[in-house]
Design a protein around this ligand. Structure first.
Ligand code: SF4
Length: 197
């Protein structure tokens, strides 16, 4: 694990985070269309990972059959070659995604856990998950042209629905100094997942 971080402390944080995110997803369920086998959020991204998260996902990796590990490493090698050609901001399908399922689900990163909710970015603005524009999360309340929540669409869905909300679950906040202090963690450096290999 990352220097100065005990795995037990990171597991405590993940338990806290899973519970908190679970509550948010539950509250926002009228707008959430995540389902097994969708995997859109794992098919095109940069996947920021801290040193701590990388060390943790590699524990999951080490538990996979040798053949699967080799398959993942081959994908990483190819992606790194492509990234070298295309440059920064290169987006790709996560190498841990196999048959549209995460091969290291219990060990996945923090960004993987929070994706799908509307979040608040460091500038205090709402960030809508990209799948909203592919007919998925929040697509029933977002106006595609303006990219904001439509009051009209929300009202049309009926009475007594929770408001569509953006939560403070941006990656920067979930891996902030504040979280490090509260949970005795040290996230370390952060970079795109394939850059750790
Ligand atoms: S680690 Fe797993 S959940 Fe995260 S992007 Fe990769 S396949 Fe998806």
């Amino acid at each position: 694990m990352q220097e100065n971080t005990r795995i037990a402390d990171y597991l405590l944080y993940l338990a806290y985070l899973n519970k908190k995110l679970g509550g948010f997803f539950e509250n926002q369920s009228p707008y959430i269309f995540c389902q097994k086998g969708c995997a859109k959020c794992c098919q095109n991204g940069e996947y920021p990972f801290s040193q701590l998260e990388y060390n943790f996902i590699m524990i999951g990796f080490s538990k996979l059959p040798e053949e699967t590990r080799e398959h993942i490493l081959q994908k990483v090698k190819k992606l790194k070659e492509e990234k070298a050609k295309f440059g920064d901001n290169y987006t790709y399908e996560c190498p841990f995604l196999i048959n549209k399922e995460c091969s290291v689900y219990e060990f996945r990163g923090i960004i993987c856990r929070s994706f799908g909710l509307m979040s608040i970015n460091p500038k205090g603005l709402s960030k809508i998950p990209f799948c909203a524009f592919e007919g998925l999360n929040y697509s029933n309340v977002i106006e595609p042209e303006t990219k904001i929540v439509s009051l009209e669409k929300y009202k049309k869905l009926g009475d007594n629905l929770p408001e569509p909300l953006a939560y403070n679950v941006g990656y920067e906040f979930l891996t902030s100094k504040n979280i490090e202090e509260n949970f005795k963690l040290n996230f370390g450096d952060k970079k795109a997942l394939i850059d750790w290999f």
